[in-house]
Design a protein around this ligand. Structure first.
Ligand code: ADP
Length: 482
């Protein structure tokens, strides 16, 4: 990998704490497409996480005291450096995560777009003056950075999940200790190299690789940490929530989803097929907003399944760096087993495999992108997030039924539907219990919109002007005797 980078110094194997590169590289990072270890990273734990929190605490007053414009300029420089190095960053990303290189480039671009956006928002953190309730007093609400922030990020978006947390935190004046996913630490470390070059001072951004539970425990329990942002499984999110009770920390949680994707009889079926492909098969189905269960109405059911399967069976599978590939490997063996389990359960319930259905001839964790028809509404795949390239298509009769099925889930991250009737569009958009709704689109993520879930899908929002609020506290000031 190092030989293929224009700037080999972006490939780092040590952690970044207090402005220094520390730790002995020992934990292998494996390319899921080849099974080859491409680098090693340091395997740190509670002691180093504590050091990082202390460094972030020392850096906090200095960073917070800069003017908004100074912080904005530094963030802007980081954004520019990422864009200038986007090809190397994408190659590192694909090598550790597996997604096609074009998708990796897209992720680097949106990752950078978060930094660009929050560099701008840094200068727009306004407080309030409040009409007073007594003549001799004046009332204000100040907005101040919350303090040191912990961040724990997943492997499915090794670049953009980091920038989406770190850039609003830094913009607000907070400092950060980040633990990236063990599968994909190299993208995080490369971002740290560029952050350092951009002038983000020592201690303001720390990256600690290693043993997740003890590092997570320090971030949740250390009294100096005032906010923990996490993207990952609901299971781990609940552990962090519990661990944070002792210090009454504010949390941002982006957890699992189980997105419904509904196609009504009045939809543009070709557009719905395109949307389903993007929503379901992007990143090999490994995104928390991926369509998980597809509902197609009676009148268009057969046409939708047929057109979807035709597109899916034509997909090119292979190593993400190969030209034309749209489906890389899954992240690991457990991911493959989960897809197999969902297919077997659905088939047992009467579903038919229209295309795909098994491990790919390429071996490893490559899996054939799959479409199932005649899936029952109570199949396992309708209730559990698959996180793989499997589209189960369920038939439905009317709007009320499909709304009930969509909402019969403890999760509520994204929902999608295709329809043209204006009344139906409004009713559906309002009725769906999810934090985000895509109407006649399968791709909703953008730095300018608030991303997040309801119910057990999480707390808080990332991106948009709401995203920076997570990292701010309101301080009410009454000035009396005036
Ligand atoms: P996934 O199933 O997508 O790997 P996880 O929730 O297991 O999702 O992982 C998301 C992030 O949480 C990763 O960085 C992982 O290392 C971290 N993690 C896993 N277990 C814990 C834990 N007990 N405490 C803190 N972080 C954890």
């Amino acid at each position: 990998l190092r030989d293929r980078l224009k700037d080999p110094s972006l490939l780092r194997e040590q952690s970044y704490i207090d402005g220094g590169w520390v730790g002995t590289p020992e934990f292998p990072v494996v390319n899921p497409a080849t099974g080859v270890a491409i680098a090693k990273v340091a395997q740190l734990g509670a002691a180093e996480a504590t050091r990082a929190v202390e460094a972030a605490s020392r850096a906090f007053p200095l960073w917070a005291r800069l003017t908004a414009k100074q912080r904005s300029n530094i963030l802007r420089k980081w954004f520019e450096l990422i864009i200038a190095n986007r090809e190397d960053l994408a190659l590192i990303l694909t090598s550790e995560q597996g997604k096609p290189l074009t998708e990796a480039l897209g992720e680097v671009d949106i990752g950078a777009a978060y930094i660009e956006f929050f560099a701008e928002e840094a200068r727009r953190v306004y407080g309030e003056t409040i009409p007073t309730q007594k003549p001799d007093a004046r009332l204000l609400a100040l907005k101040q950075p919350i303090g040191v922030c912990g961040a724990i990020t997943p492997w499915n978006f090794p670049n953009s999940m980091i920038t989406r947390k770190v850039s609003p935190a830094l913009a607000a004046g907070c400092t950060v200790v980040l633990k990236p996913a063990n599968e994909t630490p190299l993208s995080a470390l490369a971002l740290a190299v560029l952050a350092e070059r951009a002038g983000i001072p020592a201690g303001a951004l720390n990256i600690v690789t290693g043993d997740a539970p003890p590092i997570g425990k320090v971030l949740c329990e250390h009294p100096a940490v005032r906010f923990v942002g996490f993207t990952g499984s609901t299971e781990v999110g609940k552990i962090l929530y519990r661990q944070s009770a002792g210090t009454v920390k504010k949390l941002g949680l982006e957890l699992g989803g189980n997105a419904p994707f509904v196609v009504f009889d009045d939809a543009d079926v070709d557009a719905a097929v395109e949307g389903a492909i993007v929503s379901k098969y992007r990143n090999m189905g490994q995104t928390c907003v991926c369509a998980n269960r597809l509902y197609a109405q009676d009148g268009i059911y057969d046409a939708f399944v047929e057109k979807l399967a035709a597109k899916v069976s034509a997909m090119k599978i292979g190593e993400g760096t190969e030209a034309g590939v749209t489906q890389g490997p899954l992240i690991n063996a457990e991911a493959v087993e989960k897809v197999e389990r969902h297919i077997a359960d659905a088939v047992k319930g009467g579903a038919k495999i229209v295309t795909g259905g098994k491990r790919h001839a390429l071996g490893r964790t490559f899996f054939e992108p799959t479409v199932l028809r005649d899936v029952k509404a109570d199949a396992l795949v309708a209730h559990e997030e698959t996180f793989g390239p499997l589209a189960p298509v369920i038939r439905f009769k009317d709007e009320a039924d499909v709304i009930a099925m969509c909402n019969a889930s403890p999760f509520g991250l994204a929902s999608y539907f295709y329809a043209r009737d204006l009344g139906r569009v409004w009713r559906m958009a309002e009725a769906l219990e999810s934090g985000m709704v895509g109407v006649n689109t399968g791709l909703i993520t953008t730095e300018v919109a608030p991303f997040g879930g309801v119910k057990e899908s999480g707390l808080g929002r990332e991106g948009s002007h709401h995203g920076i609020e997570e990292y701010l506290e309101i301080k009410y000031v009454m000035m009396a005797g005036v």
